[in-house]
Design a protein around this ligand. Structure first.
Ligand code: 4NP
Length: 151
């Protein structure tokens, strides 16, 4: 899961995928990263940590890191939150196999619409909750698209 800072959107996307993977014993390896280096080593934004708990997910254990080229080797899928993240990650791709792993996360729920997860960093509590709910929905759709049964 990749966004700009790795403190708001991608940690929450990571939290949901980890949550459903654990709950359904799917054994998916999940991580998140930012394209920027501003927040390396920091915990997720405190507003996202607070609101995530009201949805039953804790992301307190996560620490921001920067996306790097070895992530193409470690992961089968690389989900980006917006078009800027997409461009930044694609620029690091070494070949077609790397490029084929990268897609907008909301494409899972809205194929072909190029929708973005809005950045809540300068937003309100409502914006944070909206992002949390969007990421929950698209995570469930992704897992169903990938053939997993959820209960
Ligand atoms: P994120 O949000 O990309 O969802 O983690 C942001 C966090 C920090 C900044 C921008 C977006 N920032 O400019 O510091």
């Amino acid at each position: 899961m990749v966004c700009l800072g790795n403190i708001c959107r991608s940690p929450m996307a990571d939290g949901w995928l980890r949550y459903y993977s654990n709950k359904n014993q799917l054994g998916i390896e999940v991580d998140s990263a930012g394209t920027a280096n501003y927040h390396i080593g920091k915990q997720p934004d405190e507003r996202m940590r607070k609101w995530s708990k009201t949805y039953g997910v804790s992301i307190d254990q996560l620490q921001a890191r920067q996306f790097n080229v070895s992530d193409f080797d470690k992961f089968d899928r690389i989900f980006v939150m917006d078009q800027d993240n997409y461009k930044d990650v694609i620029q690091l791709a070494r070949n077609e196999n790397d490029r084929s792993k990268v897609s907008l996360y909301l494409d899972e729920m809205y194929p072909g619409e190029n929708r973005e997860v809005p950045d809540p960093y300068y937003g309100t509590d409502h914006d944070f909750k909206h992002v949390i709910e969007l990421l929950d929905q698209t995570t469930q759709v992704f897992l169903k698209n990938a053939g997993f049964k959820l209960h």
